[in-house]
Design a protein around this ligand. Structure first.
Ligand code: SF4
Length: 312
């Protein structure tokens, strides 16, 4: 076992690693600058259990009803040698094939959970994702299609990196209207592929982060010492979000205000520094931002008294 593999095993407390899914990789690349998540995911730490142990359990995931509905729909599509799925996708001569998927994440090969169907048609592979959201009157919900497209792009990229000629159009197979009958929705994921490749390239190197930990460091030690990069988007994408939000709030980080505000503040890291500069404290590092903050404070001070805050 390599030294890195041994360190990652300590982080898991000796438990078997949690496998990556396309959803977790898509979420990981949504915050490529977060060293904490990069390390914990590379180690395969069960972040849900860790968050609960830290007193800030994750609050997202499918309801029991949604899980049952998804499983029922999947079982229907997989019955009789995927007959209904093949009919819905409508690719001539397509057959279902099995490929063990791996993808290099932050310098380490990661096995992917096979939560997709891969078809071979005309010598090319085609990614199919079974989704439980309904397509109503030919319209699929945009946010759900966008999330599914990001996940499908992970599969397409993994297949291509393994050397398979793979279609950039994927099929999302969903229930149609209010029935359980399947309908296929084609999505071009070239844009998502470009974003994914760029974000994967930006992921913080896991070996370097792990090397900075003392021998025998656990996941709890890693949370305490490896820096995070909290953003409100974490709430929908990472099991540790409530812990990291609390930590960022206690430290008064501008990250808690969202990326747009943080960027508008030109990289000033703390809310305390922002209010001090707005109050007239000198700032040699951020003179333009300081001017804007002082002007904003004066505008606010000049707003009519008694007007509700939201209307000012
Ligand atoms: S919740 Fe915390 S660990 Fe997860 S991505 Fe956000 S900052 Fe990183």
């Amino acid at each position: 076992m390599t030294e890195l593999a041994e360190r990652l095993r300590w982080l898991r407390g000796g438990a078997a690693p949690v496998r990556y899914t396309a959803r977790t990789i898509a979420a990981l690349t949504a915050n490529p600058g977060c060293a904490r998540r990069g390390l914990l995911d590379a180690a395969g730490v069960d972040k849900s259990a860790l968050a609960a142990r830290l007193g800030h359990p994750a609050r997202f995931g499918q309801s029991r009803f949604a899980i049952t509905r998804t499983l029922g729909f999947e079982n229907r599509l997989k019955a009789d040698g995927y007959a209904e799925l093949l009919a819905a996708v409508g690719l001539a001569g397509a057959e279902v094939v099995t490929v063990e998927l791996t993808l290099d994440i932050a310098g380490l090969p990661a096995a992917l959970e096979p939560d997709l169907v891969i078809l071979r048609a005309g010598g090319r592979l085609h990614v199919v994702q079974i989704k439980s959201f309904a397509v109503i009157d030919g319209q699929a919900p945009g946010d759900k299609v966008a999330a599914a497209a990001r996940q499908a792009a992970v599969h397409v990229l993994a297949l291509r990196r393994l050397g398979h000629d793979t279609d950039h159009e994927v099929s999302l197979v969903c229930p149609e209207n209010f029935s359980n009958a399947p309908v296929a929705h084609r999505v071009d994921v070239r844009r998502e592929l470009g974003v994914l490749e760029r974000q994967l390239a930006r992921l913080v190197g896991v070996a370097d982060i792990a090397a900075g930990l003392p021998d025998g460091a656990t996941a709890d030690d890693a949370v305490a010492t490896v820096p995070a990069r909290y953003a409100p988007e974490c709430l929908a994408a990472c099991e540790l979000a409530f812990y990291c939000r609390q930590e960022a709030r206690c430290a008064g980080e501008t990250d808690t205000l969202g990326r747009a505000v943080r960027d508008a503040l030109g990289g000033i890291a703390s809310v305390g520094e922002v209010t001090a500069i707005a109050g007239g404290a000198p700032s040699t590092e951020h003179p333009e931002i300081a001017e804007l903050l002082v002007a904003a404070r004066e505008l606010r001070a000049g707003a009519p008294v008694g007007q509700p805050e939201g209307d000012r």
